[in-house]
Design a protein around this ligand. Sequence first.
Ligand code: ADP
Ligand code: MG
Length: 484
Amino acid sequence: MQWETVIGLEVHVQLATRSKIFSGASTAFGAEPNTQACAVDLGLPGVLPVLNEQAVAMAVQFGLAVHADIPEVSVFDRKNYFYPDLPKGYQTSQMYHPIVGAGDVEITLDDESTKRIRIHHAHLEEDAGKSLHEDFHGMTGIDLNRAGTPLLEIVSEPDMRSAKEAAAYLKAIHSIVTYLGISDGNMAEGSMRCDVNVSVRPKGQEAFGTRAEIKNVNSFRFVERAIAFEVERQIELIEDGGKVVQETRLFDPERDETRSMRTKEEANDYRYFPCPDLLPVVLDQAYLDHLRSQLPELPADKRARFQTSLGLSVYDAHVLSASREMAEFFEEVHRVCGDAKQAANWVQGELSGALNRENLSIQNSPVSAKQLGELISRVLDDTINGKAAKQVFQALWNGQGDSADAIIDAKGLKQVTDTGAIEAMIDQVIADSPAQVAQYRDSEPEKRGKMIGYFVGQVMKASRGTANPQQVNGLLKEKLDALL
Ligand code: ADP
Ligand code: MG
């Protein structure tokens, strides 16, 4: 039997407001426990929430970025449940009238194909506190600093068909929210987390299978691994005559498996009702137009522009537009050197390789975009050859000079293009290599091309890597063939 995987994601994004969604308490990460929760966040009697306008603006900007309908009116509801990290006894959320309606996001896959994933809606809500299990023996610590932090929950349609598509979707969302600057997108700190809904169905069947929901997965890699495990578990279960039950599961990265947490609640378990303390949010057209005018160029537009006006491949355009920092760096390199393809190759090749090796992000690159652009210019105007360029890059990386030009001068890397000088080096190499010359003469004509490599190597060495390789090749061939 052939199975098809069906996946829908609920992504929680912490919005980068300075204060909480309904209070003036700070949202900064990493403070001492319980120093940033005020009476409103704790829901003490007699307090009233006031909606943070910045959170509304950020949610609407996200909606505009994913081509969503923005309803004129949205409403906050109370979702009632008991949990130690939720002292109010309810979470203020939006159940029936979310702030962002249906939209869509385009994802790019490894084979350069693209696919549209529909967004069902996105709603505003408040985050809960945190239960701390480490450091406490037989007890649980409660830190309420996170309580009341604004969250945008983005709910997709079940449009994804593989773990790879799910990861690509999560990356696309990450890239949109960081471009917009509405979240820092830091998954390790929990600024972005997702619930992964997974089901399987026999290939060709239209009806969806029963899904399991894997809660709070907090990295791109874990999303893929959790789905891989879950799909296998469900298929095995069904093939053994069992049935998937609708439940909430937890992913355990240490064991690489998902475990049952609880059976799924129904909406009516939560006794949702409109929050009597908050007015409905009403947005007029002028406000939406104002926010639309503030939108930056978004990843999809950048990608399209990189392809059509810079002539980059789908793959290059996708990689270079994935993060705003990467895109800005690339564009600066391109601006300085004027050659998009070379700029793309250097940023994705030499630079990304070095950054990965030292585990640095592009914001912390020791080589600036301007320096890299100038280095590429020196290759383009034939001041240095490709080999020397790598040496210059390494020197810039190690801080051995401020600019490509300074390093080229200091190290004497200027390319030798003077024919007379190259000929003199060639003559010397030929004179020093009688055995190789004899071998060259005696070999079949079609094998000579390969043998020339030895001589090229010697001449390049004699020039300390500065001779122009094309010239060396051409002149060598002439001189050797004259000896035949
Ligand atoms: P709930 O409100 O109970 O969480 P929803 O219908 O709102 O359920 O769906 C939540 C998420 O689950 C959505 O992202 C949706 O795409 C996804 N989903 C729904 N049905 C399935 C299914 N059969 N298989 C996989 N994902 C699903
Ligand atoms: Mg859900």
